[in-house]
Design a protein around this ligand. Sequence first.
Ligand code: GDP
Ligand code: MG
Length: 302
Amino acid sequence: MPDNEAPVANYRAGLVAVLGRPNVGKSTLVNALVGAKVSIVSPRAQTTRHRLLGIASFPAGQIMLVDTPGLHQQESRAINRYLNRAARGALEGVHAAIHMVEAGRWVSDDDLAQRVLVEAGVPHVLVINKIDQIKDKQALLPFIAEHAQGKSYAAVHLLSALKRKGLEPLVNELLALLPESEPHYGEDEITDRSERFLAAELIREQLMLRLGEEVPYSATVAIESFQEDGQLLRIAAVIWVEREGQKAIVVGKGGEAAKQIGRAARENMERLFGRKVFLELWCRVREGWADDANALRQFGYE
Ligand code: GDP
Ligand code: MG
C-alpha cells in the first residue's frame, strides 16, 4: 500500500473463488468487480480455461477473485478432466466462494458445484445472475425457495453482472467473509496474470466471438514472442487448430477472418495495456491437440 494513505480499520483481504456452470456469467462478474477486462467473456460455453486471479480493491478491503473453469459431469476428453481438476484445485486455500447460477435455470451441474463447495468446506454465497432477463421478479420466488433456502449457502444475492446491478451488497457480503488483513496488492493492480497470458486470452476471445460452433473448442493460442520496443509492444502469436478445414475457417477468404480477429484482439490489448501493439498472427494445424496430454502441457494447461 502507498505510504501516503492511512490504513483503514478492519480492512479485509482474501481469496474468493467463482464457481458455476459455463456461461452463467462468471467472467462478466469478475470483470465488473475488477473494473477492467481481465477474464474473457463470450456467449459460448467453456470460454475460460485457465485459473485467473482478478483483484478488486474497495475502500474497506480487497477481494482476490479466482475465476474457475466450469465443472462438468462428463469427463470424457482430456481437456474436460483438466477443467474439473482445475475447478477443484481452485478451491484450495480460498476464504469464500461464489456459486453462480442463471436466474430461472437450475440443472444437475449446479447441484454438482454446490456439492463440491460443501465438500471443500468453503463458506459459499449463491449468486443468481442475469435477473435483467426476468421481467417479473416475483416469479423467481419459487426458484429461490427450491434451490437456495435451507441449503448450505451463507447468503443469496440476485444481480445482473452485465448491467452491474446488485454488486455492492455482494461485495459487502464477501468482504465480511474475509479475514482482516493488509492489502496484498496495490490498488491499481488488477491481475497477477502476465500481459503475455492476457494477450493470448484476448485472441482466443475473438475466436470464440467470431467463428462457428466447432472451431473455438479445437483452437488454442500460443504467444511465440512478446517484446517491448520503446512504447510499442511487438507480439507474435499462433492459433493452433486440429484440422486443415478449421484453419481455412480461421484464415477466411483472402485472409479476411484472420485479419478481423487480429485487429479486434489488438485493439483490446491496446486498451488493456495502455500501449500501442503490433500483432503478428498465424494459424497452424496440430492434429488432436485437445485430446493429447503432451500437447495440453505444451500449450500451458497444467
Ligand atoms: P462464464 O462462462 O460463466 O464465465 O460466462 P461469461 O461471463 O463468459 O458470460 C456468458 C454470457 O452471458 C455472455 O454472453 C455474457 O454477456 C452473458 N451475461 C453475463 N452476465 C449477464 C447478465 O447479468 N445478464 C445477461 N442478460 N447476460 C449476461
Ligand atoms: Mg468465463
